[in-house]
Structure formats: C-alpha cells, structure tokens
Write a protein that binds this ligand. Structure first.
Ligand SMILES: Nc1c(C(=O)O)ncn1[C@@H]1O[C@H](COP(=O)(O)O)[C@@H](O)[C@H]1O
Length: 164
C-alpha cells in the first residue's frame, strides 16, 4: 500500500523513541515508511528527501531528532507537507535542547512540535492519523474506536492501586 506518512530521524539511535509513532500507525492501519535522514550528517539526502516528498505521495512527515535538532525545521523549509517534530531525549540535557531547537522556528516556516520522548513520538503518529482521517472515513472510524477503548480502559480501572 502507498505510504502516506514518512517517519524520519537523525540517527538509528532515535528508533527506540520513534517506534512509538510506528506503533500507533500499525494499530490504525496507516501505511508509512521509516528512514534515517540527517541535516548534519547527510545534508544532500535531506535536501533530496524533502524535495521528493510530495511526489512520493506522503501527506505528513514525522521528524525526530535529538540535541541540535535541525532536521524537522530543515525538512519543513523544503516541503509544503506538514512536519511533526519529535524532540528525542538527549543524554546531556534531557531533551530540552531538542525541544527548543524544534519548537523555536522563525515565523513563516511551521513545525508542529510534540512532547519530548516516547509520548511525543506516539502522539506524532496519532496526530498524523488524525490529519489523514479528515479524508478517510474508515480511518476516522478506527480512530474513534481507539479513543473509546482508551476511555473505557481508564473508566473500568478507577482504583489506582489495582493492577490493570
Ligand atoms: N539532531 C540530529 C540531526 C539533525 O538534526 O539533522 N542528525 C542527527 N541528530 C541527532 O544526533 C543524536 C545523536 O546521534 P548518534 O546517537 O548517532 O550519535 C540523535 O538524537 C540524532 O537525532
């Protein structure tokens, strides 16, 4: 099936964080591709990836990076596709560096910044599904079901001391 979402990241070492985006897209049956692309280490690849993204049929790009996290902003500078940025938790500064690098974009080039780490990656995947669901009624139904199940699970287990 044609991949609608590209999940890119600055390094292989980001995958344990970024696989959360894949997890929710697998659950909601949204096809995606995964690739390491780095503004710093593979700048030419970054440029060709960004320039070709629309032509490859992607509708959303999820970009995860840590530290001096220039990847999401640089991709956004070269494509009109929505870019969801995931700040990967860095060892030195716990991801505050990643967060600020991704969030503080100049006016006129947008990156939607998610939370630091695994929750951010999962929510980037979820948000990509929500964007695509606007034009995909079957996906919209699966999303509603996911949300309902999440709500039901919390309501069915109100005692914080009990095992889920
Ligand atoms: N922030 C970036 C970019 C970029 O923004 O282009 N490329 C790699 N990196 C980040 O460097 C960190 C350490 O990478 P290594 O573990 O490979 O040394 C990773 O979190 C990666 O996202």
């Amino acid at each position: 099936m044609q991949a609608k979402v590209a999940v890119i990241m600055g390094s292989k070492s980001d995958w344990p964080t970024m696989e959360g985006a894949a997890e929710i897209m697998d659950l909601l049956q949204v096809p995606y591709e995964v690739e390491v692309v780095s503004a710093h280490r593979t700048p030419d690849r970054l440029m060709s990836f960004s320039a070709e993204a629309v032509g490859r049929g992607f509708q959303v790009i999820i970009a995860g990076a840590g530290g001096a996290a220039h990847l999401p902003g640089m991709v956004a500078s070269k494509t009109r596709l929505p870019v969801l940025g995931v700040p990967v938790q860095s060892r030195a500064l716990n991801g505050m560096d990643s967060l600020l690098s991704i969030a503080q974009m100049p006016k006129g080039v947008a990156v939607g910044t998610l939370a630091i780490g695994e929750a951010g990656a999962f929510n980037a995947g979820l948000l990509a599904c929500q964007i695509l669901a606007n034009n995909d009624p079957a996906l919209a139904e699966r999303l509603e079901a996911f949300r309902q199940q999440q709500t039901d699970t919390v309501l069915a287990n109100p005692d914080p001391r009990a095992q889920a």
